[in-house]
Unconditional design. Structure first.
Length: 222
């Protein structure tokens, strides 16, 4: 009976810095639906272009936005930033990169709106501030993507209602093939309930007491 010789593999050891800790998780679309802790989620690396949200302790993933989606996002961001420049006492920070932490849910929940506007956002980042939990927006804006409409029309209506700081939620719908953008607005009544939604048609004008002097014609080409 012949014997088979096996090669002994040499093991390489690299001395680790005890302060480094384990490497962060790298989230990809394969993480959709998986449970994750808030700490691991906040410290994770993300596959560029995709959007990752933590909803009731699970990862939800959305693909990169379409050109139509991006046109609307850039347009409304310009309008809100211009308003912020002229009236910083009303809103002084607009961003597409925040997370809105929703309290009093059983598991950690922090959706990421397409845009959010803040009042009294700190002009200098305090050294003790490490999380989006430390600041909360007064306005959340979403732009519907065809395959993920339920997220903005149903899920986020509930989540932003439960976020105490959010006073209005704007939903832009660019799905019409003729390019006729529409807007639906939810306004808070009290701390945790919405008034009946306001629907603004293409070319219609929206004004709000939340942003005095702000006028929005729902047409990116206007």
């Amino acid at each position: 009976m012949s014997s088979v010789k096996t090669k002994t593999r040499r093991r390489l050891y690299v001395e680790a810095d005890p302060g480094d800790g384990p490497p962060p998780l790298r989230l990809s679309p394969a993480w959709a639906g998986r449970d994750i802790s808030l700490e691991d989620f906040e410290n994770a690396d993300y596959l560029e272009g995709w959007r990752f949200e933590l909803i009731d302790g699970r990862v939800e993933v959305s693909p990169p936005p379409s050109p139509r989606h991006d046109i609307v996002a850039v347009w409304i961001a310009k309008r809100l930033n211009a308003y912020s420049d002229s009236r910083p006492h009303v809103i002084n920070f607009v961003t597409p990169s925040c997370r809105v932490f929703v309290p009093r849910r059983q598991m950690a929940t922090c959706p990421q709106p397409d845009l959010a506007a803040y009042r009294d956002y700190p002009s200098r980042w305090p050294p003790q501030m490490f999380s989006w939990q430390d600041v909360q927006p007064i306005l959340a804006v979403e732009i519907i993507s065809p395959r993920y409409a339920n997220k903005d029309l149903v899920r986020n209506v509930t989540l932003y209602r439960e976020a105490p700081s959010v006073r209005e939620y704007w939903i832009f719908d660019p799905r019409d093939r003729a390019g006729r953008l529409t807007l639906r607005v939810y306004r808070k009544r009290g701390a945790r309930s919405w008034q009946r939604p306001i629907d603004v048609p293409f070319g219609g004008t929206y004004t709000t007491p939340l942003l005095p002097g702000f006028t929005l014609v729902v047409d990116p080409t206007a």
